[in-house]
Every structure is written in C-alpha cells, then in structure tokens.
Design a protein around this ligand. Structure first.
Ligand code: HEC
Ligand code: HEC
Ligand code: HEC
Ligand code: HEC
Ligand code: HEC
Ligand code: HEC
Ligand code: HEC
Ligand code: HEC
Length: 458
C-alpha cells in the first residue's frame, strides 16, 4: 500500500464517509431530523410519597431542595459551589436544606460549615434516619420535595438526582420552574449538559467530534494545569474566586466539568442564542484554529462539525469512536501532512544550509541503513521520504525534509509560499502529529516529544 493512502488522509475525507444517496445541505451536514423539544424538560414523573424523619420534616415548609452530602467524598466537595449557586438562583421558589450523611462527624460538620458558610441550614443525619427513610445510599444526591397534600402526612418527591453531578443545575432549575427557556440568560453559561437536555441530537453528534476530546488531549500530555493550553481546549475558563469559583467555567483538574472540552458555548456563546443574539458561530473558529496550527479550512471544517452526523449511530458506535479519538487513532485532516509530489532534500538544502547540515547529523538521514537493503514497501513508508509520484520513494535520502515538512514543490519554486507543517511554535499540537506517524507506540514505545525534539531540531 502506498504511503499516500496508508498514512496521509486527504482533507476531503473530513466530510466523513457518506453512504451513497444520503443528502447533505450546503454545509455538508445531514438533514436535521426535527427541532429540539423543550417539553422534555417539563414532563413530570408522578411525585413519589416519602415519610421524612422529624428533623427534616419540620424544616420543609414549602418546596425544598434536600441535598445529601458527605464531608468525606471528593465529589461532594466539587458540587458544593454549584449547589450553593443553584440555591441562590431558585430561592424565590424553593428553600434548600443540606443534610450531611451519618459518616460525617460533628467536627467535620463544623469545619464544613466554616469552610462553605452556606446560606441555608445544615443538619447531620447522625442516626441515618433520613437515609433510611429515603433509601439514599450514595452522595452527593439531591431530592426536591413538596410538603404533604392537605390531610396526608407523606412528603412528595418531585425530582430525584441520584447522584447529583456537575452541570445539571440549569436543567434542574428548568424543571423546577417549569419554564425551561426562561432559565437561559445571556452571558450566563450553563454548560454542555444543559444544552443537551433539549438539543439531544446535536449533543450526540458533538460527542463524536474532536471537540469533545479537547481537554483530554491536553491532560494526556501532562499539561492539564497549563492555562495557556487550556485556553483553546476548554469551553471557557473560569477566572473567578470565592464561593462561585468553578461554577461558570472550567478550572484545571476538573475532568468532569460541564465546561471541559470545546462545548456548545465555545462557539454559540454563553447560553447560546436563547436570550438575545448568540452571534455567528462560524466566527468562533478563528479564535482557536489559528494560522500555523493545523491547516484549518472553514469549509471542510464546518462539514467536520455536522451537528446531525450521529443520526442512526448506536451508543456503542459513539463510544467506540470516542475511545479511538482519545487514543489518537483517528485521522486529523488538518494536522496530517498534505499529499503531493516532493522535490527532495538536496533542493531544500540549496537554500537551507543550516538545517540541512544539522539534519545530516541525525539518525533520520541514515534511517534506510537500518533496513540493510532496499526494504519492503511496508518499511520504507517510515524509513524514507515520499517521492515524485504516489507510491514512489526517495530511499536515497532516508527520512528527508519533506517527510516532516510535507511536499515542497510550490515552496521551492516560490519561497514566499509557506510550507504547511512543522512551522508552528506549538510543538504539542502541530509538530508531534508529524512525528507520531512513524514513532508509533509499536515502533517506539518510549516516545516522548520533549526528549526527542531537541535531538532533531535544527
Ligand atoms: C429548554 C430547551 C433548550 C435548551 C436548554 C437549549 N435550547 Fe437551543 N433551541 C431550543 C429550541 C426550541 C430552539 C428552536 C428550534 C428551531 O429552530 O425550531 C433552539 C434553537 C437553538 C439554536 C438555533 C438558533 C437559530 O437561530 O437557528 C442554537 C444555535 C441553539 N439553540 C443553541 C443552544 C445552546 C448553545 C444551548 C445551551 C447553552 C441551548 N441551545 C439550550 C431549545 C433549547
Ligand atoms: C490557539 C489555540 C490553541 C492553544 C493555545 C493550544 N491548542 Fe492544542 N490544539 C488547538 C487546535 C485548533 C487543535 C486541532 C488542530 C487540528 O487537528 O487541526 C489542537 C490540537 C491539539 C492536540 C492534538 C489532539 C489530539 O487528539 O491528538 C494536542 C495534543 C494539543 N492540541 C495539545 C496542546 C497543548 C499541550 C497546548 C499547550 C502547550 C495547546 N494544545 C495549546 C488549539 C490550541
Ligand atoms: C465548534 C463550534 C460549535 C460547537 C462546539 C457547537 N456548534 Fe452548533 N453550530 C455551529 C455552527 C458553525 C453552526 C451553523 C451556523 C450556520 O449554518 O450559519 C451551528 C448550528 C447550530 C444549530 C442550528 C442548526 C442548523 O441546522 O443550523 C443548533 C441548534 C446548534 N448549533 C446547537 C449546538 C449545540 C446544542 C451544541 C453543543 C452540543 C453545539 N451547537 C456545538 C458551531 C458549533
Ligand atoms: C475553543 C477553541 C475552539 C473553537 C472555538 C473551535 N475549535 Fe475546532 N478544535 C479545537 C481543538 C482544541 C481541536 C482538537 C481537539 C482534539 O483533537 O482533541 C479542534 C478540532 C477541530 C476539528 C477536527 C480537526 C482534525 O484535524 O481532526 C474540526 C473539523 C474543527 N475543530 C472544526 C471547527 C470549526 C468549524 C469551528 C468553528 C465553527 C471550530 N472548530 C471552533 C478548538 C476549537
Ligand atoms: C529557493 C530557495 C528555497 C528553497 C528551494 C526552499 N526554501 Fe524553504 N524557505 C526559503 C525562504 C527564503 C524562506 C523564508 C520565507 C519567509 O520567511 O517568508 C523559507 C522558509 C522555510 C521554512 C520556514 C517557514 C515556513 O514556511 O515554515 C521551512 C520549514 C522551509 N523553508 C523548508 C523548506 C523545505 C523543506 C524545502 C524543500 C522542500 C525548502 N524549504 C525549499 C527558501 C527556500
Ligand atoms: C510506522 C513506522 C515504521 C515502520 C512501518 C517501520 N519502521 Fe523501523 N523504525 C521506526 C522508528 C520510528 C524507528 C526508531 C525507533 C526508536 O527511536 O527507538 C525505527 C527503527 C528501526 C530499526 C532500528 C534502527 C536502529 O539503528 O536502532 C530497525 C532495524 C528498523 N526500524 C527496521 C524496520 C523494518 C525492517 C521495517 C519493515 C518491516 C520497519 N522498520 C518498518 C518506524 C518504522
Ligand atoms: C524529523 C522531522 C524533520 C526533518 C526530517 C526536517 N525537519 Fe525541518 N523542522 C522540523 C521541525 C519539528 C521544525 C520546527 C521546530 C520547532 O518549532 O521547534 C522544523 C523547522 C525547520 C525550519 C524553520 C527553522 C526556523 O528557525 O524557523 C526550516 C527552514 C527547516 N525545518 C528546514 C528543513 C530542511 C531543509 C530539512 C531537510 C534538510 C528539514 N527541515 C528536515 C522537523 C524536521
Ligand atoms: C517518516 C518517518 C519519521 C518521521 C516523520 C519522524 N521520524 Fe524520527 N525516526 C524515524 C526512523 C525510521 C528512525 C530510526 C532511524 C535509525 O535509527 O535508523 C527515527 C529516529 C529518530 C530519533 C533517534 C532515536 C534514537 O533512539 O536514536 C529521534 C530523536 C527522532 N527520530 C525524533 C523525531 C521527531 C522529533 C520527529 C518529528 C518532528 C520525527 N522523529 C519524525 C522515522 C521518522
């Protein structure tokens, strides 16, 4: 198999393998199956009766959020700022009562209150009466309860979030208020889970794009704390401090944040277009897809984010694609080398004397020697440079300039036409992609860009 077909993926492939006859709009998107349905959020399940222990019952005078936490569980600590913000937002229609699980000791409870200074009462379920009455066995959980109907003694559970996870606050508020759209306020981000509540089809499609892998791509490189990287690899960074820190944006270390990855609001702005003009989402691309950082092209780019591409996909297929993406196995059309004829290292060297001298000192310039002979097609794909034609190889120069810089015919003719790769001051995104085509886990299990690049950089 020729290198061009084997290792390089032309940009046209970005408009994913379409089944014949499948129609596309001008953007390259599949037809939209139908408008989103906000009524999914107002459909109520029948309220469940529950007998609350006196310590809780006496504090439920009207609709109340019963938040069940443990001072020992790290997830609980992470949802606290969001719960506190939610409590404030819905205080016109609901009270909040925080119930610490029996595992939380008296001292823990005191220091918890000291730390969070909640604006709502906190009690301790020391005798586990609450847990037993409600059957709750995991924290953090959240129940919304209404007082008993006249003549009855049992309270009514109208919402049960078991467990409560980051990012559902807006959905919960929509359900409590029964007016979903009224919860979206211009400039107040809600996170991808809340958008997905109505836009389920768009969310499934987003899930299989590279954007839904963006934070992991950085974390995987041990750069998850680096704000300069995260700026383009999360939906929106949180720069606040105080009790709401982390509620309206991503903070390093929070893999499960609703603002991790390049979510809806990265392109559609906070709360989307729902409370005013969200602007043109096409204008957002240039913020992150900067020049020299992959060869971004708006047209295939737009096709690559088809919001309806996952129609008919099984959950299993979506999971598989996500896994392959996370492992770096899927093509990256903007980052992979372009296709085309090459001119050979000697032409490049004529104008680039210093890099050429340095290159000759590297193992790349002798990579063919390792094959001890002409090598088979399967070997030269990584030990030589693509030739003038598809399937031809410049075995005489081994891993030459154009094996890394891509074909240089146009640039060699007219140096003002830039080459398309390896010129970015952004090693992780652009440069490593070039290397790992050959330095695969099988061939080079100990690969690390940080140690390898200085050995070949010119
Ligand atoms: C409560 C349900 C609901 C939620 C939550 C919701 N949307 Fe929508 N969205 C809708 C409905 C309904 C429409 C109108 C659909 C139509 O075009 O007929 C819509 C339309 C849109 C449109 C198209 C607007 C246009 O001018 O064509 C965009 C973009 C959008 N939503 C983005 C978002 C984003 C981003 C979020 C999360 C911040 C979000 N939506 C949350 C219900 C919702
Ligand atoms: C200016 C915005 C921007 C900044 C800053 C940025 N990136 Fe990227 N990164 C991108 C874009 C855009 C892509 C996708 C390029 C493509 O495939 O076309 C990307 C791709 C990547 C990939 C490849 C993803 C994969 O699935 O293999 C990695 C890894 C990566 N970036 C890591 C980093 C690291 C580490 C930093 C900080 C040193 C960083 N990025 C800073 C925008 C940025
Ligand atoms: C990478 C940027 C980006 C992300 C992330 C993104 N969108 Fe979009 N969205 C766009 C663009 C671009 C359009 C097309 C606008 C146009 O055609 O003018 C669009 C269109 C839409 C539309 C209108 C549908 C249509 O056919 O035009 C809806 C609804 C929408 N997006 C919702 C969402 C939701 C919900 C999410 C998150 C699950 C999301 N988008 C994530 C960029 C994005
Ligand atoms: C907040 C930053 C950000 C914005 C805004 C953004 N992107 Fe991206 N985009 C990224 C990052 C980061 C990646 C790489 C993620 C990965 O591979 O892990 C990426 C990857 C992609 C890819 C896959 C590229 C490949 O080589 O596989 C496409 C297609 C894409 N973006 C299209 C768009 C379009 C179209 C827009 C505008 C409508 C847009 N993006 C807006 C950050 C962004
Ligand atoms: C006729 C002389 C000439 C030839 C032949 C030539 N270059 Fe260049 N190259 C230049 C000049 C001049 C610049 C600086 C252009 C600028 O700064 O605008 C440059 C810039 C570059 C750069 C850095 C800027 C960028 O666009 O990335 C790289 C990398 C590069 N050349 C690689 C190569 C390779 C690889 C070859 C062989 C395929 C090659 N050049 C052939 C003259 C040449
Ligand atoms: C996917 C790309 C790839 C393919 C295909 C490939 N190699 Fe390699 N090969 C490499 C890389 C990368 C190294 C350097 C590994 C390292 O740095 O540890 C290497 C190193 C070697 C070495 C060791 C060189 C030395 O001096 O230590 C030999 C021998 C070798 N390859 C032979 C082969 C043979 C024979 C084939 C065909 C059956 C082949 N390779 C196919 C990428 C490849
Ligand atoms: C193993 C891959 C590889 C090979 C082979 C290679 N280069 Fe490079 N080259 C790079 C990388 C990576 C960079 C960017 C380094 C960085 O940003 O730190 C680069 C940068 C350059 C630059 C820009 C330097 C600058 O100061 O901006 C030129 C010019 C260049 N290479 C020319 C060549 C020429 C000519 C050859 C062949 C004689 C060659 N390269 C072979 C990977 C390679
Ligand atoms: C076209 C395939 C190919 C590309 C692209 C490539 N390499 Fe290599 N690289 C090889 C092969 C093959 C060897 C082994 C050469 C030998 O020892 O005979 C090698 C060897 C090396 C070595 C020496 C390893 C050792 O253990 O001695 C380093 C360092 C290296 N490459 C770094 C890089 C970096 C950094 C990049 C990206 C900028 C890169 N390579 C891109 C094929 C490639």
């Amino acid at each position: 198999m020729a290198w061009t077909r084997h290792l390089l993926v032309p940009i046209a492939l970005l408009a994913v393998a379409a089944t014949p006859g499948e129609s596309r709009d001008a953007r390259g998107w599949r037809p939209r199956p139908g408008p989103p349905d906000p009524t999914v959020l107002t459909r109520q399940v029948p309220p469940q009766p529950v007998a609350l222990p006196p310590a809780v019952a006496e504090r439920v005078g009207r609709r109340t959020l019963l938040v069940y936490l443990s001072t020992h569980c790290p997830h609980c600590v992470r949802v606290m700022p969001e719960i506190a913000a939610l409590s404030r937002r819905v205080s016109d229609v609901a009270d909040t009562l925080l119930i610490l699980s029996g595992f939380s000791g008296e001292e823990d409870t005191e220091s918890f209150v000291e730390t969070w200074k909640p604006s709502f009462p906190v009690i301790r379920d020391a005798d586990t009466a609450f847990a037993r009455a409600t059957g709750l066995d995991a924290t953090p959980s959240l129940l919304v309860v209404d007082p008993p109907l006249a003549g009855a003694s049992e309270f009514l559970v109208t919402e049960a979030w078991l467990p409560y996870s980051r990012g559902v606050a807006a959905v919960l508020e929509m359900r409590i208020r029964g007016e979903p759209m009224a919860v979206l306020h211009r400039g107040e981000p809600v996170g991808v889970l809340a958008c997905s509540a109505c836009h389920a089809e768009e969310a499934r499609a987003w899930f299989v794009t590279a954007h839904a892998n963006a934070t992991w791509a950085v974390v995987r490189k041990q750069r998850g704390d680096d704000l300069s990287c995260l700026a383009c690899h999360v939906t929106l960074l949180d720069r606040t401090s105080g009790p709401e820190a982390g509620v309206f944006g991503y903070r390093p270390g929070e893999a499960r944040s609703p603002f991790a990855d390049v979510g809806c609001e990265a392109c559609h702005t906070a709360s989307g277009p729902h409370d005013g003009d969200g602007g043109d989402p096409r204008a957002a691309c240039a913020r992150c897809h900067v020049a020299g950082h992959g060869r971004f092209d708006p047209d295939p780019g737009l096709a690559g984010i088809d919001h309806f591409q996952a129609q008919g996909w099984t959950d299993e297929a979506i999971r598989k694609q996500r896994l392959e993406r996370a492992q770096g196995l899927l093509p990256r059309p903007f980052a992979d080398l372009p296709d085309g004829p090459t001119v050979g290292a000697s032409r490049c060297a004529a104008c680039h004397e210093v890099p050429a001298r340095q290159w000759r000192q590297t193992p790349h310039a002798r990579a063919m020697e390792a094959l001890q002979g002409p090598g088979t097609e399967a070997c030269v794909a990584c030990h030589a440079t693509p030739g003038e034609e598809t399937g031809a190889w410049r075995t005489d120069e081994s891993v030459g300039c154009e094996a890394c810089h891509g074909p240089g015919v146009a640039h060699a003719e007219d140096p003002t036409i830039p080459l398309e790769t390896c010129k970015s001051p952004h090693p992780e995104c652009a440069v490593e992609r070039v290397c790992v085509r050959c330095h695969t886990p099988e061939r080079d299990p100990d690969w690390s860009l940080r140690t390898a690049l200085p050995r070949v950089a010119h």
